[in-house]
Every structure is written in C-alpha cells, then in structure tokens.
Design a protein around this ligand. Sequence first.
Ligand code: PEP
Ligand code: MG
Length: 739
Amino acid sequence: MGVEHDEFEHALAAMKKAKKVELDTGLSADDLKNLVDEYKKIVKKHAKKDFPQDPVDQMWGATNAVFGSWMNDRAIKYRQINEIKNVKGTAVNIQSMVFGNFGDDSGTGVCFSRDPSTGINKFYGEYLMNAQGEDVVAGIRTPEKIATLEKKNKKVYDQLVAIKDRLENHFKDMQDLEFTVQQGELFILQTRSGKRAGAAAVKCAVDMVAEKLITKEEAILRVSPDHLDQLLHPMIDPKAFKTAKALTKGLNASPGAACGRIVFTAKDAEEWNAKGEKVVLVRKDTSPEDIGGMVVSEGILTSTGGMTSHAAVVARGMGTPCVAGAKGVSVQGKKVVIGGTSFKEGDWITIDGSTGNVYGEKLSLIVPSISKDMSLFLSWCDEVRDASVRGDITGFKVRTNADQPEDVKRAFDFGADGVGLCRTEHMFFEKEKLIHFRAMILADNIDERKAALKKILPLQKKDFFGIFKAMNGRPVTIRLLDPPLHEFVPHTKAEIAEVAAHLNVSVKDLQPKIDRLHESNPMLGHRGCRLAVTYPEIYDMQVEAIALAAVDCLKKKIPVHPEIMIPIVCDERELAMIRPNAETIIKNVMTKAKVEIPVRIGTMIEVPRAALLADKIAEYADFFSFGTNDLTQMTFAFSRDDVASFMPSYLEKNILEVDPFKSIDEEGVGMLIDIAVKKGRGMKGDFKVGICGEHGGDPQTIDFCYRAGLSYVSCSPFRVPLARLAGAQAVIRNASAKK
Ligand code: PEP
Ligand code: MG
C-alpha cells in the first residue's frame, strides 16, 4: 500500500520501549492487539484508506505488491548491477503459511547443505526458536547454530539432515534451504542452489567431482568467472600483523580483506566513491535499500546479524569482504565505537572477512596466490581449452597484457600461456626513463633523436630480458611504440623546466617544440606505426633491443620466444616498409652473435580499414592481434577517453545494452573481426589470431572470441585465472549448443 516499512518499525520499537522488553516475543497478546491498531492507523494515515479486512483482498493486495516490486528502486538497481536485461517481470508463488512463532516448540531457520563461505561439506545454518523467517534474515535477534538443534529436537534435526542430503543429491548442487518448525512438525519452505563465496564455489566443484556427483565439465560450468575474481581478493599482508592488533572480532561473513574510510550510509558510500575514495560501509545492519552503497564499498561491517543476514548474503554474492554481527561495534549516527575506540566518518579501518577481525587503521593488503583446489580446478579448464578443435585451429589459449617483468611473472604464476601484449610505451612511465623518452619525442633532428634513442636502448633491452625470463620460453608479443603523444609531453611548469635542463635548452626555446606536438585528436594522430613512417629509427632501436635481449637469454640458457607486433596499421604498405627494416636488424644482431632465434612479426588489427583489407595485410604479417579498444573507438567513432559524458545515457535509454568498451559489440565490431579472421586465414591457413584489447578479460567477449575462431585471448595478469575458466566454459557451452 506504499507505506514506508520504517513507520511500522518505529511503532514496534516504541511499543517495546514502553513495555520495557527487548524482543518481539516479550510482547503480550494484548500488546500485539494494540500494535495492530497502531499499524492500521499508520496505513490509514499514509495510504489514505483502511487496511483491507477480507483475506482474499489481502491476498490480492500482497500478490500485486510482489508484481509491483519489480519496478521499485532497489529492484531496478539490483538488475542494473547484475546486468539483468530483457526480463519481463517476476512470478508470484502463493502457498499456505506455517508459523515458526507458535511457541517454544516452533522455530524457523536457513541452512546450507555445505558451508557457503568455505565450501566444506558440513551442514551449515542457523535458526531461531519462536520466530518467523524475517527475524532470522533481518539479523535483529542473533540466531543459533544449526548443530544445536540436534540437542533441542533430535527428530526434527535428523529429518532436516536427511532432506538436505536428498535435495543435494537430486539437484547435484549445494542447496540453500529455508525451513519452519510448527509445533514440532518440520516444513521445508523452499530450496534453491546456494549463493556462495568464490572459495566455496571452487571447493564444492572440486569435491563434487571427487564424490562423483558431477562431471568435470559440469564443475567448470558451476564456478562463475566472478568467483575466481573474488579469490584473488587481497588479504592482509602477514607482515602487518607484527604491529596490528584487532580491536574486535565479528562473524567472518564474506572472505577477503578490505581497507577504506568509514562511511555510515549507502548514500555516503556512493558519494565518497564517486570522489575516488575507498570506503568501508559500517552499519548496524543492512537492508536491500543499501545495495547501491554496498556495491561501491571495499568492505562491509555490521554490528548485528548472523551469517545469513542481508549484509552477509549480499556481500558473499558480490564477493565483497564482510564482517557481520560484530558485537564490539556500536554505531551512533555518524560515529562508531569499535572495541572501545571511537571513530568518525572518513577514518581508516581494515576488516578481514576471512577471520572476522576488525582493525582501526589502514593496513597493507596483498594478493593471495592460487590455492591447491583452484590450481586443480584450473588445470581441468586448461585441459578443456587445449583439447578444443575448431576447423584447423586446436586449442584456445590465454595470454596476458603486461609491460613489467614483475607483472609478467605474476601472470605466469596465474597460468598465462604467454604475453599477448607488451605495451612498450608503458615501460617509460618510470621517472628515469621518461626523461629520455621526452627528449626523443622533442628532438629537433635525427641526430638529437638518435642520441636519445641510444640512451633508451639499454633500458629497453633490460626490460625485455626481464620479461622473456619471466615467461620462460612462452611466446612474448612485444608491441612497438604506440604512444598517444599527449600522454607523454611535459605539461606542468616543473616538468617543462626539468626537460629543458636535461636538453640543455631554455624553457622559452623548449615551449614551441612542445606546442608543435599538440594534436586536436591525439587518438587519431601521430601514433603507432605512423611514428615509424616519419621516424624509422625509433622502431629500429626497439627491434634491436628485442633481438639483443633474446640473444642474452639464449646465452644464459633461458628459453625465449619473441614476437614483434606493429600497431595502428591501416594499409599493407606500412608493413611492407617496416617489416623488411626489422628483419634486417634482427638478422644483423643474430649474425653478429652467431645464433638464430626465430622472431615472428605480426600486426594489430585495430583500424576498421585494416580489418576490411586483412587479406592484403596478412601478406606481410605472421599473426594478427585485435586491438579492440581502438577498433571499438574507431568503429563507433566514440572517443575512448570521452565516453563517460554520454555512455550512461546510451545504456539508460537502451540504445546500447552494454558498454562496448567492456564487452565486445558482436554486431558491428564483431563483424569486422569475423571478416578479418576469414580474410587473414584465407591468405594463410594456420594463421594465429588473438585479441589484446581490454575485452580479452571479459567472459562474454571470450565466448565470442572462441566462436570467431581466435587462437587466444590476452588480458591483465589478475584476470588470467578468470579467462582460463571463461575460455573453458566457452568451449563446453558451444559444444553443447552444437549438439
Ligand atoms: C587496443 O587498441 O585494443 C590495444 C590493445 O592497444 P591500446 O589500448 O594500447 O591502444
Ligand atoms: Mg590500440
């Protein structure tokens, strides 16, 4: 009837205060009768009509309220967050009621056939005697552990255990059950596959294969890529424990550690987040209205509620660390006392959702390594991808986009099959390298440029060596320079003065050179291979550094597999010019070192013209890699850097279903990819084709890439495990779709 829930809560709280009782069950029948009268008055006041007294009217009212809830703010927000689209509405299920609040031989609870946080195969759950379901999930009374029910009512407990076993065997998945005991009789209200934390998803999948409940393929489909993402959530750096002491401990409701500034409302969480701040949402409890703030929070801390409270269930589902029901936490307005210490909005705290500990300071976090279960699970994913066959293409690999040896090492540890994109301009973000890079792009003539390049060559060679070493013989695709120049020219007074001093010129003399580099559309400007068309010596230096680094590896008996990639190609004649130059340099280095290391030279396909003319381009390329960031930018004519001002409207108004920079636009950009794959392979049968735009780590795009016949996807190191799984899921899903 559109009356705010809070109105009733206030009336109830006032009644309990007047009667000096803590729990609803402390109220007498007369109190409840009076409360009902109060409720009726509230309805009359706000809804401007009487509460219906005919049960059939009540039922229709309730039914329509459920239908209507589809369009309330929190449901809309939930669908947005979970990208649920094109679903017409909700269903309504009407069933007769049983009462868990019929006295002390009645009760209600929520249970899971396995632990939803860890996946351990142990009956798990909580219940409250003399209570209704809302009391358990709302977290107002702290429920008891399911194991204690065995002592209270062995018959009901045994029955419940038998039913959960039967349901799990039937559905072959971990079940989330709701039950009510009415005067000693057990009723199951509902069962569904339980939402679970990432660790639990992997553990359940691995255990259920061992128990022969499901096949490896079914296990692979059970774990979502988001689950794996969660597993690589940070944890508190063990070194921090030397000095850090927990202020209090709550329930370890959703694993992982989170560190951020305290906020007390969902709205504040969203506002602070919009300002770029990391926040931890601290509340007495949470409700569905808080969903927007929960999503943007690093972690959630509540002072009440159990493992099945709203905060715990939602946080687990989202993979957000959560400590719930922390009794040592007391929230009052925009202040909180944690274990005796006071904090205000904006203060830093760290919570550990794996242990339940709460720390009153900013602690450093580290990313965990892959567990034994996860490693086994991912090895099944690799088997599936490696065995996949599409026409002449066997296997579907996962590479990484990484530019620094330590990132490459991390990706290697996460199971990357190689480097799909090493952006060489990113290697210049470090201060000591940046100065030489700036000197190079500001050079007036070839001699000045060559002088700067000479300084850069050993630095590049060292980085390349580190990357080859970290990949230990797996293919490494190094992309030659593609710097959007505006990212590298000095901007501030201090930067300009520093570069002037380095070049031994005055700021006044330097300024016109900087001005000359200004471009109206830098993303469509003097970048990628266009730089090599004007200044061939830049790519020459890079190719030499790659070849020298490879030779060094060989000398140190480190296996090496270099690949060189040319960016922003739009015409085969660009490659026809650049490729022979590169080949000559490689040959010279190898001849001098008396070794031979094959170096393949390929190109990125990121300009629509290149995709359309891919057959001509393939003549000069040993492989293609789709740079879908630029390909999307240039196909839509949406500037990558400027979409934020209009993309939200496009999504809201359903002109686009998803942001095409996140998930590939199969219809348009996908068509160009299809054309390029066919034309490229038409020229050269066993041509390797991959993707290295940001889309390479997006599960939906990975499915498309598999269907489009790509040989590999490449994504950031942290997304490698997720891509190993998403790739295997694509293989399985598409095989069963064919059947
Ligand atoms: C791309 O365009 O997709 C790509 C990988 O290159 P960059 O993002 O460096 O332009
Ligand atoms: Mg690009």
